[in-house]
Design a protein around this ligand. Structure first.
Ligand SMILES: NC(=O)c1ccc[n+]([C@@H]2O[C@H](COP(=O)([O-])OP(=O)(O)OC[C@H]3O[C@@H](n4cnc5c(N)ncnc54)[C@H](OP(=O)(O)O)[C@@H]3O)[C@@H](O)[C@H]2O)c1
Length: 230
């Protein structure tokens, strides 16, 4: 991994930022991708404070998953990198709490694009762009797809259903891609321990991401559902 790059999408905050901290120093180059440049810059300065190794490279790439041109421009920009890209870790997501019929059409469309259509287009563009021979791991973070999630998601229907769509897409496409040497894994956590809430810590999830990236060549984990202990 030391000679390769990894893309962390959604690197500007939350789990994406925690994963960047965990992977800092594991790759020659981390590509910090996401919507808000300001947030990505905060992540960048944290990483630079964490490890001052001058040989490590960090690249900030703004990409908006709701914008097709932005996705295409992002993938084009990756072709200029001199190092092979080994992994895409997608933690980006939009969220809306409330009844779906209170959301504007535009808001519904943006949520579905950020959580489902955008990641699908990005994955497809990356594979078409001649980067396939270098890509080994694609990890999409979704959420647990259980009846428990359905019960607790009555006021986040568009978020939960768009993530469920990404989950099913990833399961089907994962089986297609394995023949091409690409492992697509779904990481499906329950609620995070955050803001005093009980759940799985972001550090534990980042640890699982790191583990997935160190699997032996002949192994593939299709999906992981992570639940808190107690
Ligand atoms: N939080 C939970 O309890 C929980 C539970 C299960 C699963 N998950 C999943 O875990 C992942 C991380 O969750 P989190 O709570 O850490 O998320 P978060 O703090 O809300 O961060 C989401 C990131 O996604 C980026 N993003 C949103 N819309 C985007 C778009 N259109 N294009 C590009 N980037 C976009 C945001 O960019 P900006 O920096 O511009 O805002 C932000 O950096 C998500 O996929 C979420 O669905 C979360």
């Amino acid at each position: 991994m030391k000679d390769c790059a990894a893309i962390v999408l959604g690197a500007g905050k939350g789990l994406g930022r925690t994963i960047c901290r965990k992977l800092n120093g594991r790759f020659k180059c981390l590509i910090l991708a996401g919507r808000s440049r300001e947030n990505l810059e905060v992540t960048l300065s944290e990483l630079q404070r964490q490890d001052a190794d001058p040989n490590l490279e960090f690249v900030i790439s703004q990409v908006d998953l709701t914008d097709h041109d932005s996705i295409a421009t992002f993938v084009e920009s990756l072709k200029d990198l001199a190092i092979p890209i080994r992994a895409l870790i997608n933690t980006a997501a939009g969220f809306y709490r409330g009844k779906f019929y209170d959301q504007s059409f535009e808001s519904i469309d943006r949520l579905v694009s950020a959580n489902y259509t955008g990641p699908v287009l990005l994955t497809s563009k990356l594979l078409q762009a001649g980067l396939r021979s270098e890509l080994i791991d694609i990890i999409h973070v979704t959420n647990v797809n259980s009846s428990t999630t359905l019960d607790s998601s009555s006021s986040s229907s568009m978020h939960t259903s768009s993530k469920a769509a990404l989950n099913i897409f990833s399961r089907i496409v994962g089986r297609e891609l394995i023949g091409d040497g690409v492992r697509l894994t779904i990481l499906a956590p329950g609620t995070f321990a955050r803001d005093g809430r009980k759940g799985v810590s972001e550090e534990s999830l980042a640890h699982i991401v790191e583990f997935l990236l160190t699997l032996p060549d002949d192994a593939w984990i299709e999906a992981i559902e992570v639940r808190p202990r107690g």
